[in-house]
Design a protein around this ligand. Structure first.
Ligand code: SF4
Length: 842
């Protein structure tokens, strides 16, 4: 007869972690692999299983479920055993839990980690619950795979079924009262979600369609790309349906991922609004370790850190107290961590395991170095990923999968070690010699070139001093720059050896600052090796560059679309959204890869603000090409000055580079000094206070004085700032935003050209135009905002550039200052100023 008791499900990993984690946080040398990389290492091991366990056949990823009934509920334990081993003659079956690590096997906890043993033992219990062994005994095991050493260690244990059952009952008992609380909370939460209503009196234009499409994708575990201009209410339009979906059981957690903390704050405020109206939903806003850590001088050495050493002894009470709150942010986490003497960063992660909504940086899902294994380490099907400001993700993801080795830093570390730990200094010698030889090589080869662009060497030069085994190396060359299309086995050997030696050095280092330097190099080398071992493929390239100083040797990811796709596709539903995702097909490719079937569905919304509030003018009479900038600077300065004078309030002008800005600024200053306009410029090294001061000048109540702020495209004022009303009434963009030509860009261009994907568009045109649209998007932030966008460049007259402008812009074109003046007089500005055209001359 079917039981009427409520069922609480728990995953093996969660149950093991809840009951059997003990002691302190792990050592820095232990870290696991996940995703495609973990899968690859597992497969390699399975293919060689016969060598390690010759008597057994193995089945991987075996789903196991069993119920444990109590008086008031059923605890359903479920999980996927990495490997179920089967001995054909005796019929014996037992689970093997497989763990991958970047560390050497000798550095792993002796006899295996107790938590890993608990997982293996739970799989053994699940197997025995379904197929009890006639012998009355069972075995279970752990296999540790070291990516560093390409080696495996297998540990096994055996016990009677009675012992196993007794242990499981204790484990389940320790979890049940917590599980009962979770059940009560979830019932309360789901009731509140059912009762939840959209929090504002009116839906904005397009918002209903937006929310409907989000819900559809969450239901089907699909992916969606939404261009949602400012004013479409994108934060609530994604969160509201996701929370409804959570209440309907479509997923177990929602991740709201952002590029900047301030965007996360907006999501936090949106949920607080819903909570104020009765929603019961637990959310955690994740904060970076550097900001939370009370003793940053330790550089997170979990052996020395007092908050890490006995973490699991104190953490339970801190977590339980954290779970009394529905909104957990850095202030609360800091307070709890202090009270219970635990690491605040780890505590926030532990609390987030029980949160319904987690707000945090992209890194927590997409960066292989900081990805949260507890959520993204296993192949699961249970999260909704809401990815805000998604236009930032393609570039961010390329950096996440790239790593540089800087000769100057390594030499500096050697000098410091030579003074403070002389016996350790020589461990760096092989790498330094290799990099110095590479530097000599590219410097010698560069004589007479002076080239920015890459020349492909068909006959591939050998590199005998560095890589004697390679007689031909595919390479691309520019001045003091070399790109290599193949891995360098000699370098990999040096790095592999160095990782092991640096680990020994770290054991003997106490001075915090030197430890940090050593750790920086250690992690850089470790990740460089990981790229070469786990990720290397046609979308990677090695570069050696001494263009801007001492040599930097880098493993560069040219296209991270496969890694982005692997993070969500087939596992989590994902909604990518931003105010600016044009061209949409380009972003769909960046998130889904070259295969069209893998790409997210697309939804494009129009701005809900009245089109007549904004005038768009294209000044096509000024050439901003690199070679013509000196010649066209006077005319450009006149056009900018005119626009600043015609603006009804403050204006922002964006240049493609500091150098270009500095070329035009003297003229602009001279032209504007007789007018009541204060001229501000962004500088190269602005700190937070200077940035705030720059923006403060745009406050509306500054008397009669208007402000013209001059900044660079793609910088800190090019996106993410809201200057409503008269605080900003004009945006001027000089040029079409193309990134500067250089070897790295040229490599990107070639990468896409080789795939018939129009390299110029992919490497220059689209990334540049995104910056232009972002800057232009600063103008209209509310339905009361009015003003004009002025784009200045001859190329705006060409169809291939024009077609990139948003459909609803309806731009006006001009070629002369007089035409520009006439058009700007038509801009939505109630009180036109008189402009003395004669006196705008320098
Ligand atoms: S308290 Fe700081 S040093 Fe200690 S484990 Fe946490 S983050 Fe690392």
């Amino acid at each position: 007869m079917k039981s009427e008791l409520p069922v609480i499900s728990v995953a093996v990993t969660a149950l093991a972690a809840f009951v059997h984690r003990s002691g302190g946080l792990g050592r820095l040398t232990y870290s696991s692999f996940s995703g495609s990389e973990g899968t690859r290492l597992h497969r390699l091991f399975y293919s060689k299983l016969e060598d390690y366990l010759p008597d057994y056949e193995g089945s991987s990823e075996v789903r196991l479920t069993a119920d444990f009934a109590t008086q008031d509920l059923i605890l359903r334990v479920q999980g996927r055993a990495d490997l179920m081993l089967h001995e054909p003659t005796s019929g014996e079956r037992w689970p093997l839990e497989v763990k991958t690590t970047a560390a050497a096997l000798v550095d792993l906890p002796g006899g295996g980690d107790p938590l890993h043993w608990a997982q293996a033992r739970l799989y053994a219990w699940l197997e025995q619950a379904q197929n009890p062994s006639p012998a009355g005994r069972t075995r279970y095991g752990l296999a540790y795979l070291s990516a560093l050493e390409n080696d495996v260690i297998i540990l096994t244990r055996e016990e009677s079924l009675e012992e196993l059952e007794a242990w499981f009952r204790e484990t389940a008992g320790a979890y049940l009262s917590f599980a009962r609380n979770i059940r009560v909370y979830r019932e309360r939460r789901d009731r509140s979600i059912r009762a939840m209503r959209f929090p504002y009196p009116h839906l904005r234009e397009g918002q209903r369609d937006f929310m409907r499409r989000v819900l559809q994708q969450l239901r089907s575990r699909g992916s969606l790309l939404v261009e949602a201009p400012t004013g479409t209410g994108k934060t609530m339009s994604t969160l509201y349906p996701a929370i409804k979906g959570l209440g309907a059981g479509m997923m177990v957690q929602i991740f709201y991922l952002t590029a900047r903390t301030s965007t996360g704050d907006v999501a936090w405020a949106a949920v607080r609004t819903l909570q104020d109206q009765g929603l019961v939903l637990r959310m955690v806003q994740l904060t970076a370790k550097e900001k939370l850590c009370p003793i940053p001088d330790l550089f997170c050495d979990t052996i020395l850190c007092p908050y890490a050493r006995d973490y699991y002894q104190h953490a339970r009470a801190a977590i339980d107290e954290g779970l009394l709150h529905l909104a957990v942010n850095s202030e609360l986490v800091t307070e709890l961590a202090k009270k219970h003497s635990v690491c605040p960063f780890e505590l926030q992660l532990d609390i987030s395991s029980y949160a319904d909504l987690i707000i945090g940086d992209y890194n927590y899902a997409f960066d292989p170095r900081v990805r949260l294994e507890r959520f993204f380490g296993e192949r699961v099907f249970r999260h909704a990923l809401l990815i805000d400001e998604a236009h930032n993700l393609p570039d961010r993801a390329r950096h996440m999968y790239s790593q540089a080795l800087e000769l100057a830093n390594i030499q500096e570390l050697r000098r410091r070690l030579a003074t403070e730990l002389p016996r350790a200094a020589s461990v760096l010698d092989s790498l330094i010699q290799y990099l110095e030889a590479a530097e000599r090589h590219i410097s010698a080869d560069a004589r007479g070139q002076g080239a920015l662009l890459l020349a492909e060497k068909a006959q591939l030069a050998s590199w005998p001093e560095l890589e004697p085994e390679l007689t031909a190396i595919p390479q691309l060359q520019a001045e003091r720059f070399l790109a290599l299309r193949a891995p360098m086995p000699g370098l990999n050997r040096i790095l592999g050896w160095l990782v092991m030696r640096l680990r020994d050095v770290l054991e003997s280092l106490d001075a915090p600052e030197l430890r940090r330097r050593t750790l920086d190099i250690y992690f850089a080398v470790l990740f460089f090796l990981r790229i070469m071992d786990a990720y290397w493929g046609p979308s990677f390239i090695l570069t050696a560059s001494a263009r801007d100083g001492p040599l930097v040797f880098s493993a560069l990811c040219l296209d991270a679309s496969a890694f982005i796709r692997d993070t969500y596709r087939g596992q989590h539903s994902a909604v990518f959204f931003s105010a600016t995702l044009s061209p949409l097909f380009w972003f769909a490719r960046a998130f889904g890869g070259p295969d069209r079937d893998d790409r997210p569905d697309i939804l494009q919304l129009h701005s809900p603000f009245p089109a007549e509030n904004r005038l768009v003018v294209l000044h096509q009479g000024i050439d901003t090409d690199y070679q013509r900038r000196g010649e066209s600077a006077p005319e450009l300065a006149r056009a900018i000055a005119l626009a600043a004078l015609r603006a009804n309030g403050n204006a922002l002008c964006f240049f493609p580079s500091y150098a270009y800005m500095e070329l035009v600024m003297p003229r602009l200053e001279a032209m504007l000094k007789r007018y009541d306009i204060s001229l501000l410029r962004q500088t190269r090294q602005m700190n937070d206070a200077q940035r705030r001061a720059f923006l403060a000048a745009f406050e509306a109540d500054t008397g009669a004085t208007k402000t013209l702020g001059v900044a660079v495209l793609g910088g800190s004022f090019g996106e993410g700032i809201d200057l409503v009303g008269e605080r900003l009434t004009a945006v001027i963009v000089v040029g079409v935003g193309l990134p500067g030509i250089g070897p790295e860009r040229e490599i990107l261009r070639q990468y896409y050209d080789e795939r018939d994907e129009n390299g110029f568009q992919q490497a220059y045109l689209f990334p540049g135009f995104i910056r232009v649209l972002q800057a232009a998007g600063r103008l209209i932030r509310s339905d009361l905002d009015t003003g004009f966008i002025l784009l200045i460049d001859r190329r705006y007259g060409r169809p291939d550039y024009r077609q990139l402008l948003p459909e609803d812009w309806s731009p006006h074109s001009c070629d002369t200052l007089e035409e520009l003046n006439a058009l700007l007089l038509e801009a939505p500005q109630p009180e036109p100023l008189h402009v003395d055209m004669e006196n705008t001359e320098r």
